[in-house]
Design a protein around this ligand. Structure first.
Ligand SMILES: NC(=O)c1ccc[n+]([C@@H]2O[C@H](COP(=O)([O-])OP(=O)(O)OC[C@H]3O[C@@H](n4cnc5c(N)ncnc54)[C@H](O)[C@@H]3O)[C@@H](O)[C@H]2O)c1
Length: 292
């Protein structure tokens, strides 16, 4: 496969919706699919609102936004969208769900199609083995919010071919992002492993009663130059996502240090998942998911 022109994004949640728009803004033909039609409708509404704000701020022209939406299809069914160069999976962080989806996509997609996962933690081989094309499989790990964050980790599995890596890197560059190529699998990859170490320490300080949520976030912003503190970021990315990521790591290693903290468990049990539910470590007045 040469250049990526047509993209299917599966999962229209926080990540998939913005990844789809990023690709459409860069000139790709994009279909965005979700099993939940309400999620699809919400994704379209949020993306249109976001772009309207960008036009008002003078950051994008009405023409480029109009052209991007003309190239972006919100697809309730998978069937009509199988003729694609690249599939980016952005569904729930459960490896069994992803494996089942990839096995299905493998059957539906043409031979040339590269399958990629946006998983935050699962390595390519954990999913590629559910398909007959592990050579045409890699991870494309975007960061939240995908419209804004430049880094995309391009992760090679043991069977990923050079051609697949070249196509994946070419796609990331085409959409104006910065590829970070990882040639060896490691769960969580690079940026999140470093982030998690910071997050774990922040929660240890909170649970130990050494500092408040606000104090820790303020210290990280004003002493370390972070654009937002670890608790603000957990609220932005979704506390359930962090929980599932840690739980998956714990299931894999059995190391108690990898288990989700008591605080995170309690927030998830209470349904306080961060900005998307209006409450997490902080409380919010609307469903805003981050500024760009
Ligand atoms: N949230 C983040 O900050 C972040 C950052 C980087 C990567 N990721 C990864 O991206 C993926 C998605 O995360 P998210 O935050 O967008 O989740 P989300 O819960 O916001 O969205 C997931 C969507 O997938 C849909 N879905 C579930 N199963 C499906 C299926 N079989 N077919 C089609 N759609 C299906 C759900 O209806 C839901 O709308 C996860 O693997 C996560 O680890 C998340």
């Amino acid at each position: 496969m040469t250049g990526v022109e047509s993209v299917l994004v599966v999962g229209a949640g926080a990540m998939g919706s913005q990844i789809a728009l990023v690709a459409a803004l860069a000139g790709c033909d994009v279909a965005l699919h979700d099993v939940d039609v309400d999620v699809l409708a919400r994704a379209e509404r949020q993306l249109r609102d976001r772009m309207a704000q960008q036009i008002v701020k003078g950051r994008r022209t009405p023409e480029e936004v109009g052209q991007a939406f003309a190239r972006l299809r919100f697809a309730a069914e998978l069937d009509p969208v199988t003729d694609v160069d690249l599939v980016i999976e952005a569904v729930v962080e459960k490896v069994d769900v992803k494996r089942q989806l990839f096995a299905d996509l493998d059957r539906r997609c043409p031979e040339r199609t590269v399958l990629a996962s946006n998983s935050s933690s699962f390595v390519p081989s954990a999913m590629a083995s559910a398909t007959m094309r592990p050579d045409r499989f890699c991870n494309l790990h975007f960061f939240n919010p995908a419209l804004v964050m430049r880094c995309v980790e391009v992760v090679r599995g043991p069977a990923t071919s050079e051609a697949t890596m070249a196509a994946a890197v070419g796609f990331v560059e085409r959409i104006g992002k910065q590829p970070v190529v990882l040639d060896r699998e490691i769960p969580g990859f690079v940026a999140n492993r470093i982030l998690n170490a910071v997050r774990d320490e922040a929660i240890r300080l909170l649970e130990g009663g050494y500092a408040t949520v606000e104090a820790i976030d303020t210290a990280c912003r004003t002493a370390l130059g972070y654009p937002m503190g670890p608790f603000e970021l957990m609220d932005l990315t979704g506390i359930d996502i962090g929980y599932l990521t840690k739980q998956a790591r714990y299931d894999e290693t059995g190391d108690p240090a990898d288990a989700p903290s008591a605080t995170v468990r309690m927030l998830v049990a209470a349904g306080h998942l961060g900005r998307k539910t209006g409450r997490g470590f902080y409380t919010y007045e609307n469903d805003e998911q981050g500024d760009d």
